[in-house]
Design a protein around this ligand. Structure first.
Ligand code: APR
Length: 234
């Protein structure tokens, strides 16, 4: 194996679990209270915008009561210290990576703290509730929606992600069940590129067999230990 210089980290709901944000598919996960098809599709947004907006309003409001955990802080430390390429690709729509200080970060499934104009495509930072029919500051249309990539929509920045995985020496997946594509396929792309692959997850995931190594445990313990070892080995 060649020396590690370029790293891609993929994170999922498990990285925020210890901050108190429920995962999607675990016990007490969001989908148990709300069916995916009721809240996370373009069709639902058309047929019941009030429900969809309220769902995301509640999740946005809940961010005020949570803090980044040791895993977010360790990744931010890696971001500051790593002199090679690093891209943290998160499927999470919370803002805990950036609140911990990560900057080389991309939200492939959108962000709770952003509004998207369905008319002109402008994305604007947004806090507080976002009632249906809110006006876009750029074009004036009453068309602001949560800036979330719904099922059936194309994740953001796939070009950048494909490039980063194509150039990475190490791909690390943290706290994701491997149930949702295209993110679930990133490990395969990384393997084809010849990168080393590591999974850090509470339990075996749908994709565990694809990784060179899977370490099982809470992200708040596994991620700081991995970052410490990586930085010490430079
Ligand atoms: N530490 C590490 N991993 C954890 C922890 C923890 N403390 N707690 C839970 N996990 C693991 C679970 O074992 C599970 O494998 O995190 C994973 C979370 O999986 P999901 O709930 O499916 O979340 P995620 O993989 O991020 O979902 C992907 O699906 O619904 C869509 O768009 C949504 O971005 C989301 C995508």
């Amino acid at each position: 194996m060649h020396a590690i210089r370029n790293i891609v980290v993929l994170t999922g709901a498990g990285v925020s679990a210890e901050s108190g944000i429920a995962t999607f598919r675990g016990p007490g996960g969001l989908w148990e209270g709300h069916r995916v098809e009721d809240v996370c599709t373009p069709e639902a947004l058309r047929s019941d915008p009030a429900l969809v907006h309220r769902f995301y309003d509640l999740r946005r409001a809940a961010l005020g009561g949570v803090e980044p955990n040791a895993a977010h802080h360790a990744l931010a430390r890696l971001d500051r210290a790593w002199t090679g390429e690093l891209l943290i690709v998160t499927q999470n729509v919370d803002d805990l990576h950036e609140r911990a200080g990560a900057t080389r970060l991309l939200h492939m499934h959108g962000e709770l703290c952003s509004a998207l104009c369905a008319a002109c495509g402008t994305r604007t930072p947004h806090r507080g509730a976002l009632p249906p029919g809110s006006a876009c500051a750029a074009c004036g249309a009453a068309a602001l929606r949560p800036d979330i990539v719904f099922f059936g929509e194309i994740p953001y920045r796939m070009d950048r992600i494909v490039d980063a995985i194509g150039a990475c020496d190490l791909f690390v997946s943290i706290g994701t069940s491997g149930a949702v594509y295209p993110a679930a396929g990133f490990v395969q792309w990384a393997r084809e590129r010849g990168a080393a692959t590591l999974e850090l997850n509470l339990e075996r995931s749908a994709g565990s067999a694809m990784f060179d190594e899977s370490r099982l445990g809470p992200a708040g313990e596994l991620v700081p230990a991995w970052v410490d070892a990586l930085l010490a080995a430079r």
